[in-house]
Design a protein around this ligand. Structure first.
Ligand code: CP3
Length: 345
């Protein structure tokens, strides 16, 4: 068995103080990240360069010693590796072709998938070795985007405000949309299994846009794929803990937690942790959910809210985190203060 605090909580133990890591902990708020990125302008190249990606994954661990490292990659590497184009444009974000019909689905190239993700799997191997040698209490989290959120970017051709195109397609051509979700579900199972086989000790599914769906579509395209992914991974990688994060799901988080078959669920910033603690079975760990803007503000507000959140979930399995990713404006000192504060007995 393991001594790593993150894994103990994922196996159902309530630890005090709780383990902590932060979404987007390897990112632009860190000067060493900006320096590393200055060498490689193209983000897809950065995500698929094992030397650089290993170094960036470990940056926040060296600085703050979090309980988890999260692989430096991106949820859009999966569609890219399926042969769907991807470009990260400065101050625009990700841009992709728009997949709106069967021809778009047929254009995917699943045959090249394993080769294209090979550098990411190599990064998992290298980070695993580095943690074993230098940070033995820190666990490595591998991840993928959940099929619905990845489909959002593929159908919209990038980020979107209202996700009208993706919801429109799901209503207009449910058979095509279901085939797209199926293809992504199959690829996600392989991709996560490969990460686990290379050393990832927990796996997380990011469903950032789950909350734009009404209950019928939420069941079909958020809960059902999560169930299929969890069941397949239980069979292929027995014992690996699974975390799901259906962001902005609101009260649908409870049904997701009850049915998806995961070990932990992430709470976004708007979720009341006291509600989640009663609505969700105690055997499922809760992860989250401090407002990332408190980490920018710092001071008394940060202290009060962080200690309040920690105290509210005392006695049940909880992984301290933010409700969404760290924003680039975050002062590095505030991150260190938060880690120290959460770890004070
Ligand atoms: O959390 C981590 O430190 C691990 C790495 C990670 C990244 N992206 C690196 C990244 C993870 C887990 C993600 C997930 C991701 N990517 C999500 C789900 C979580 C969420 O934020 O809702 C989504 C929706 C994406 C898609 C994505 N990637 C967008 C919209 C953007 C551009 C916006 C932005 O912040 O610049 C990215 C780029 C990206 N992925 C960056 C990082 C660190 C910014 C990189 C840079 O400019 O150097």
């Amino acid at each position: 068995m393991t001594d790593k605090p993150l894994l103990r909580v994922l196996h159902g133990e309530a630890l005090w103080p709780p383990p902590i890591w932060l979404m987007r902990q390897a990112g632009r708020y860190l000067p060493e990240y900006r320096a590393a990125r200055a060498q490689v302008r193209d983000l897809v190249v950065a995500f698929t360069s094992p030397d650089l990606a290993t170094d960036i994954t470990l940056q926040p661990i060296r600085r703050y010693g979090m309980d988890a490292a999260i692989l430096y990659s991106d949820i859009l590497i999966l569609p890219w590796a399926l042969g769907h184009g991807l470009e990260f444009r400065e101050s625009v974000g990700p841009v992709m072709p728009k997949l709106r019909d069967q021809a778009g689905l047929d254009a995917l190239e699943p045959a090249g998938f394993a080769d294209r993700v090979a550098p990411v799997i190599e990064t998992v191997r290298r980070v695993t070795a580095a943690l074993r040698d230098h940070h033995p209490a820190t666990a490595l989290i591998g991840f993928a985007g959940a099929p619905f959120t990845v489909a959002c970017y593929m159908v919209e051709g990038g980020g979107s405000r209202d996700h009208a195109e993706v919801r429109g397609l799901a209503y207009r051509d449910p058979a095509l949309f279901a085939r797209l979700i199926d293809r992504l579900t199959e690829a996600t199972i392989d991709y996560l299994a490969w990460q686990a086989e290379a050393g990832a000790e927990a796996l997380m599914l990011f469903d950032s846009w789950a909350g734009v769906l009404p209950p019928t579509l939420f069941a079909a395209y958020v809960i059902d794929p999560a169930m299929r992914i969890a069941a397949a991974l239980r069979a292929r990688c027995p014992g690996i803990p699974l975390i799901g994060f259906p962001r902005l799901a609101g009260s649908q988080l409870a049904g997701y937690a009850a049915r998806a078959g995961l070990d932990a669920v992430g709470m976004d910033t708007a979720t009341d942790p006291v509600w989640a603690a009663t609505a969700i079975d105690r055997r499922i760990a809760l992860q989250g959910n401090l407002d990332p803007l408190l980490l920018v503000a710092g001071g008394q507000a940060l202290r009060d809210e962080a200690l309040g959140l920690r105290g509210a979930l005392r006695g049940r399995p909880h992984i301290f985190n933010l409700g969404h990713g760290i924003v680039p404006e975050t002062p590095t000192d505030h991150v260190g203060q938060l880690v120290d504060l959460v770890r004070t007995a």
